[in-house]
Design a protein around this ligand. Structure first.
Ligand code: SF4
Length: 896
């Protein structure tokens, strides 16, 4: 069968994917060798997409909550009539600002466009925001301040052509893995240097020539110090500054006042002076520099200033818009950029227009809109605060899970209960947001069923194409919004019959009265036929109606400001909004891990992806852990002013003293106490409205569980109260890792109550408080429980291998409760290489056996030879092994 060319639904790299359906609802997945973002590569998440296509847990029919509180299946016309009537009633009674949409960077551009059009042109409110507010809003605000438009100047090619790659607040090795592999290739083949700037020693930092582990929130000071250094060492591009920019003198004066020397910069950032000097020298003496930044910059209450402090240094050296140069925002989500193009943020209009009288009038005329929003709406955090105050009474959430991902997530859950109308467009029947009292569920297409476009971090528009039949009664989101618009009386303006229809209108608006004023212009695609849309190949914007297609922006100035000049910005003195205290002496940084995406609704379905880091954890510096009495592998209660979670402790000197790191992915469906969003402060950046997700004051305390264990089950289970648990997908079922203080008797009763069959084998040891049991049907293991000492959880990969079998032999059945494999050997251990399922124990054995480099591990185990995402971890394991086994060929880190 011919594969379908489509695009990965996860990060902003936007990799091309070849999907070949197997005719049974699944598909074989491969990287698209012709896609310019990835040239055939996929990371561990993209490679495992085929494991996420099942229908278990899918929302397949519209549902409405009945008077008894239950969700009941209804027909589409009834669901649509209900939503339209309720919206109409609320708008009539309370005005348009009583309604809000909360959208997602996972939506297609076409979905986003139609939702934005309905709200801003026809209902008459700009209360449309998106989870992209949590992702890259500070980059948008920084771009608009500096360039006059939200324009990424460069291309991925620049990462191949730069001689210096500066990564700020970006764990690209885990969060943009395919791009990071391109950077490493540049380093290996062209000798590019890599500088990593991050408070945390991430996997990305392991390939750095220079790692700057600065204090949280001090990035602005570092780049102010750099601007001062460039000015003091004759490294300014005076011609570029004078001809193409304004505000240089003020920005330099402010930079001098913040960090006027190497010593002052070192003091402000907590870095050694020689490291600061080394970075400044490298930047100054390397003409081709790309500074790539991500959530460590954006997710900050000073994020916009950080972005502008970086851009200032590129303006000052004229390093923008030419090959191998430029500031480069690495976008988190697959279509955050598309959302920005259609105006999916509450402070944008559409097609990169803003709420100026001229733009409002222009969009009104284009849409023939009866009720234009005239001013900005509530940004994400403020939107949920307005719900809490009772000002917003109707909320429609599409494709995102705010009850997990927003800061102060417990408060978010609480206010959702106040809504008069709470609609959720979703793929899944159950998640924390749906379970927060949604009144109406509308089944949406999932990846593999969707058809439309997405735009990646380099402004490249690609097609997501359907390769599976849409299951049940699921529908495209653009269709659902259009049906609501028709019921509200706006049928003529929403007469879209296909995603191509929507795209053509979106393209046409981008070119409408543009005349080169707005960077985002795809007017040249407005007349595209359906066939051309079907066969559309990945293309960067702009694509102007005149035929012009400049690839990069701003090398010759021509910014999108009124005077066409770029703006240096004088940043505020960097200061964290929150203070630590005696009771909360640490700062909590949150982020992503390598093999999971957002709240795991898709990656959580993949057994392969669940094996790398199966439990919610917190990284703690060894001194902080020792002070609090916390052991590596033990449990920690992390508390902030907003909430508390219990997480597994990872004691590591990769964490700086005084800082904690916890991943964002777990929620109430996947862990008993891992919803980290409930810990995060809801302080926001004054320009972008993006919340500070990297520095919430926090405290830690040990949590003691005497017993560990695991459960393997064919069906989802409800874990008993008082048990700490974490759930991952395993082949053929669900695996729960446990910690608890419950007695053997309890588990004996629990097992009998939950076993789906009578054929049970059990072993108990009351003295040692150990209990193991398995239930079989037709020689297959249906349920299995191990509970006991620390080692119980360690053995789970051996037992999992037996659980995965459709039938076990008599010998295997006998060996099962011993936790050892038939040959008596231990399992491979936690998975390190997700692509080839290679575990930690196997890698340790190979290193002991003489594999002394990443290449040798690849040759003997295949580990690290596909996507490369695990290579930093392989290097770390090699570095920790006895020196005689390890290759000495790795380059030495750069020092001053
Ligand atoms: S880097 Fe990975 S997650 Fe990101 S788009 Fe590519 S395959 Fe998907």
């Amino acid at each position: 069968m011919t594969p379908t060319r489509t695009t990965c639904p996860y990060c902003g790299v936007g990799c091309g994917v070849l999907a070949t359906p197997d005719g049974k609802g699944g598909a074989a997945i491969a990287g698209d060798p012709d896609h310019p973002a990835n040239f055939g590569r996929l990371c561990s998440k993209g490679s495992a997409l085929g494991e996420t296509l099942g229908l278990e847990g899918r929302l397949l029919h519209p549902m409405i909550r009945c008077s008894k509180g239950q969700l009941e299946r209804v027909a589409w016309p009834d669901a649509l009539d209900h939503v339209a009537n309720r919206l109409q009633h609320i708008v009539a009674k309370h005005g348009p600002d009583a309604v809000a949409f909360y959208l997602s960077g996972q939506l297609l551009t076409e979905d986003y466009y139609v939702a934005n059009k309905l709200m801003k042109g026809f209902i008459g409110t700009a209360n449309v925001d998106t989870n992209s507010r949590l992702c890259m809003a500070s980059s948008v605000a920084g771009h608009r301040r500096a360039f006059g438009s939200d324009t990424v100047p460069g291309l991925y090619e620049d990462l191949d052509q730069a001689d210096l790659l500066v990564l700020v607040g970006s764990n690209a090795a885990w969060c943009h893995p395919v791009l990071f592999q391109r950077m490493l290739k540049n380093k290996q083949e062209r000798g590019a240097r890599i500088v990593v700037i991050d408070p945390r020693r991430t996997s990305t930092s392991e390939d750095a020539d220079l790692f700057l582990g600065l204090k949280p929130g001090s990035d602005t000071a570092l780049f102010c110090g750099l601007l001062t250094h460039l000015a003091d060492h004759g490294a300014l591009d005076r011609d570029f500054i004078d001809r193409h920019t304004t505000g240089f003198d003020d920005a330099l004066a402010r930079a001098r006042s913040i960090a006027g020397s190497v010593a002052a910069t070192a003091f402000a950032t907590g870095l050694p002076e020689q490291d600061v000097a080394a970075f400044f020298n490298l930047f100054r003496t390397t003409p081709r520099v790309v500074t790539a930044y991500s959530q460590g910059v954006n997710q900050s209450a000073q994020g916009t200033d950080k972005v502008n402090a970086i851009i200032n240094c590129h303006f000052a050296t004229g390093r923008i818009g030419t090959e191998g140069t430029g500031p480069f925002s690495l976008t988190g989500q697959p279509n955050a950029m598309g959302g920005r193009e259609v105006g999916g943020l509450a402070n944008q209009l559409a097609a990169h227009m803003i709420f100026s009288p001229q733009d409002v009038d222009r969009v009104r005329r284009f849409w023939k809109a009866p009720r234009m929003a005239l001013h900005e709406g509530h940004k994400a955090v403020q939107m949920f605060e307005a719900i809490g105050r009772g000002e917003i009474k109707a909320l429609w959430v599409m494709g995102t899970n705010p009850a997990v991902s927003l800061p102060d997530a417990d408060a978010v859950r609480k206010v959702l209960g106040k809504l008069e109308l709470f609609v959720v467009s979703e793929n899944v029947l159950s998640n924390d947001t749906v379970n927060s009292g949604a009144h109406v569920l509308l089944p949406a297409h999932a990846w593999g069923e969707k058809s439309g476009t997405v735009t990646n971090s380099e402004r490249r528009i690609s097609r997501q194409r359907a390769f599976l039949d849409a299951p049940g009664e699921s529908k495209p989101d653009w269709w659902v919004v259009g049906e609501i618009a028709k019921r509200l009386g706006y049928g003529d303006a929403f007469a879209f019959n296909s995603a191509a229809d929507v795209f053509r209108e979106h393209a046409s608006l981008s070119g409408f009265e543009n005349e080169g004023k707005r960077g985002f212009d795809i007017g040249g695609l407005a007349q595209m036929s359906d066939d051309t849309f079907d066969s559309f190949t990945p293309s960067t914007w702009p694509v102007r109606a005149s035929g012009e297609r400049p690839e990069r922006f701003f090398a010759e100035g021509c910014f999108h400001t009124d005077d066409r000049k770029g703006r240096f910005i004088a940043p505020e003195v960097p200061r964290l909004k929150t203070q630590t205290s005696v009771s909360r002496p640490l700062r909590l940084n949150t982020g992503r891990i390598r093999d999971q995406w957002h709240t795991m609704t898709r990656t959580g379905l993949s057994p392969r992806l669940g094996q790398h880091l199966p439990e919610p954890f917190v990284e703690i510096h060894p001194d902080d852990a020792a002070e609090a009495g916390i052991d590596d592998g033990g449990f920690v209660e992390v508390s902030t002013e907003f909430g508390r979670c219990t997480l597994k402790a990872q004691v590591s000197d990769r964490q700086q003293r005084g800082m904690l790191f916890a991943p964002i992915h777990w929620n109430e469906q996947t862990a008993s106490s891992g919803r980290v969003g409930s810990l995060v402060a809801a302080f926001t950046d004054p320009f972008s409205g993006q919340p500070e997700a990297k520095a919430t004051p926090a405290a830690i305390a040990p949590k003691s569980y005497a017993q560990r264990g695991f459960v393997l089950s064919r069906r989802l289970l409800v874990m008993p109260d008082g048990v700490w648990w974490s759930r991952v997908a395993i082949v053929g079922g669900h695996g729960y890792l446990l910690a608890h203080n419950l007695a053997v008797d309890f588990w004996q009763e629990w097992f009998v109550a939950n076993a789906p069959c009578d054929d049970v084998a059990a072993y108990d040891d009351q003295a040692g408080a150990a209990y193991r049991a398995a239930a079989f049907a037709n020689e297959r293991i249906e349920l299995c429980l191990f509970s006991g000492g620390f080692e119980e959880a360690v053995e789970w990969d051996v037992v999992k291998a037996l659980f995965e079998k459709e039938s076990v032999t008599v010998d295997e059945r006998r060996m099962l409760l011993s936790g050892r494999s038939g040959d008596g050997l231990a399992g491979g251990g936690p998975i390190v290489c997700a692509c080839f399922g290679v575990g930690r124990n196997t890698i340790h054995d190979a290193i002991k056996g003489g594999a002394c480099s990443v290449a040798a591990l690849g040759a003997s185990l295949k580990a690290g030879t596909n996507c490369g995402s695990c290579i930093p971890e392989l290097k770390r394991m090699l570095a920790q092994a006895p020196q005689e086994s390890v290759s000495q060929s790795e380059p030495e880190p750069l020092t001053a």
